[in-house]
Design a protein around this ligand. Sequence first.
Ligand SMILES: NC(=O)c1ccc[n+]([C@@H]2O[C@H](COP(=O)([O-])OP(=O)(O)OC[C@H]3O[C@@H](n4cnc5c(N)ncnc54)[C@H](OP(=O)(O)O)[C@@H]3O)[C@@H](O)[C@H]2O)c1
Length: 257
Amino acid sequence: MKPEELFDLHDRVAVVTGASSGLGLTFAKGLADAGAKVVLAARRKEKLEAFAKELESQGSEAIAVVCDVTRAEDVDRMVQATMDRFGRLDVLVNNAGTAVTLPAEDEPPEDFRRVLDVNVTGSFICAQRCGRIMLAAGKGSIVNIASMLGLVGIGALTQASYNTSKGAVVNMTRELAAQWAKRGIRVNALCPGFFPSEMTQELFDTESGLRFLERRTPMRRTGDPEELIGPLLLLASDAGSYITGQTLVVDGGWTSI
Ligand SMILES: NC(=O)c1ccc[n+]([C@@H]2O[C@H](COP(=O)([O-])OP(=O)(O)OC[C@H]3O[C@@H](n4cnc5c(N)ncnc54)[C@H](OP(=O)(O)O)[C@@H]3O)[C@@H](O)[C@H]2O)c1
């Protein structure tokens, strides 16, 4: 296969959760540019619809589906909408996520539970429901967007529930990969370092926050969301056909020291 064919996603259908802002937009655009038809799922309808229109105006096929990933009935409806429109589901990017910033000694249990509900249970529900379609087809790729903060602590950001949830996503990835490998489904985790988005806006907008990130990163800069497209396509496409259960860290070297 030629290199460009390895990453080609024409005739594939990709679901991206959390596709109403931030990295989800970049992931969906990257998949669409590789030829995939994309399903944009999140809670904010207007943002999803505007983005779907934008992708369509650029020649891609895209649909917007309102879906709260913590609600199994919403996820079932999203999968049904995907099958009704496109008749297949090849790639899931489990990107929807949330964070709470509070010192561990002050974080209310209900906040902690909510973060785990979205980041872990929501990712599981989506993997399970999309996975059923992939298992029936005997092929599919699931990319869980974890975080380098699922691999290391950081202290200064005070996000105990977030780090806990991303650690869980990393190991859920391994277990789903192990259960489904012989049935044609690959499951991998992509672990970004720091990239600008709604979630990280406060940090990026503060001079001291940005300087902290730059100083702490061996490459001495934060990431450009476009730098996640290549790693995502590797895991999502046939270029990564023998990769499963793995964690691909894209962090400018943060976790190397
Ligand atoms: N930015 C970074 O530096 C960074 C680093 C490592 C990992 N990540 C991960 O990357 C993913 C995307 O985050 P981001 O940085 O792009 O932040 P973001 O702009 O805040 O995006 C989060 C997305 O998740 C969606 N979402 C939240 N709760 C949801 C729910 N219950 N159901 C469905 N969708 C939900 C939001 O859409 P609605 O509000 O419309 O539902 C939004 O589209 C997250 O998993 C995050 O943990 C980000």
